[in-house]
Write a protein of this length. Structure first.
Length: 322
């Protein structure tokens, strides 16, 4: 690049991250290694003033030190459109406050910043519901507020998974056996007595051995290894946050096919970094908000996934029009 790239990250408080696992930190380390100037914001630091996206921005430096991985400078109010790149790495819940953040970042995008991932895509591609755009890649799935429809789905498919649409990390995911007497209360809880949509999926037993594989895509192209998150003996959930073990493996032909089906749509929508959750060859979620798994795959296969992402961002910067 001809001049120093200015990158701002919007994330949850950096002092609370898990150093060994945090993908956002890997991205920041990769950007700093390229000589990019880093700045930091949390969601409360953003605002819109007369149509201009602004933020209370703090200079940031990062280091690969498990005891002290960041240093922040004093804050100053700056227009967000003045940054070359904005990494949007705020974790779900995908709620109305998250949507408001995408509006602010879209104004920054209009002023010239490259936002990763694109704000409109973050709004449009709910990580659970967006699977409906690729039914050929998915196991039987129902999104509804109707508890009777959920019960009928359970009778048709036997063992099922029930999950909310707005959360992450395995939060409030239930696995129900055929005839489970807790089914009604689970349906009532997740739909808030029929007032909210929730998702029901056919249970895929492959998760027990093969895990819930995270396949990462950079600008629509897959990283050649997946992170299979195998549930613990005491939990059904294939989420690292829920105690699953991450075991890397090469992509198989089915993984490649799934990426061919979904990757181009993500790329065309401005999603530079995404993660497909794959169980038994079926996509269960398409993660575009703050996908993880980079640190684990880097360690197991001597990769630099965040570096690949920075290269994709550099390419995007070289083709933008100011």
């Amino acid at each position: 690049m001809g001049s120093t790239v200015r990158l701002a990250v919007v994330m949850d408080p950096i002092e609370h991250i898990k150093f060994a696992k945090d993908t956002t930190l890997a991205m920041l380390l990769a950007a700093q290694a390229r000589g990019w100037a880093l700045s930091y914001l949390t969601p409360p630091d953003l605002r819109l003033r007369d149509g201009v996206a602004e933020g209370s921005v703090r200079p940031l430096s990062v280091r690969p030190d498990a005891q002290l991985w960041h240093t922040l400078g004093p804050p100053s109010v700056q227009p967000l459109g003045g940054f070359d790149v904005i990494l949007m790495r705020k974790d779900p819940p995908f709620d109305i406050e998250f949507v408001y953040l995408t509006y602010i970042l879209e104004r920054a995008e209009s002023a010239g910043a490259v936002v990763v991932n694109r704000p409109r895509a973050l709004r449009d591609m709910n990580e659970k519901v967006y699977t409906a755009w690729f039914p050929q890649c998915c196991a039987p799935t129902l999104v509804t507020r109707d508890m009777l429809e959920m019960a009928a789905f359970a009778r048709a498919h036997g063992k099922i998974v029930v999950k909310p649409l707005h959360s992450m990390g395995g939060h409030s995911i239930f696995v129900l056996e055929p005839g489970d007497k807790n089914s009604s209360v689970v349906f009532e809880t997740l739909t808030e007595e029929g007032r909210r949509f929730a998702m029901v999926q056919k249970y895929l037993p492959d998760i027990v051995v093969g895990g819930d594989a995270r396949v990462l895509l950079i600008d629509g192209e897959p990283v050649p290894y997946a992170l299979a998150r195998v549930p613990s003996a005491h939990d059904n959930r294939g989420n690292l946050a829920a105690g699953a073990t991450g075991v890397g493996r090469p992509l198989n032909p089915r993984d490649q096919w799934l990426c061919q089906q979904i990757g181009p749509a993500l790329r065309d929508a401005g999603v530079l970094f995404a993660g497909l959750d794959v169980i038994g060859g079926y996509v269960t979620e398409i993660n575009v908000t703050s996908p993880t798994g980079v640190r684990e795959l880097d360690r197991q296969f001597n990769l630099d996934i965040a570096g690949l992402l920075m290269s994709a961002i550099e390419h995007r910067l070289s083709t933008r029009s100011r």
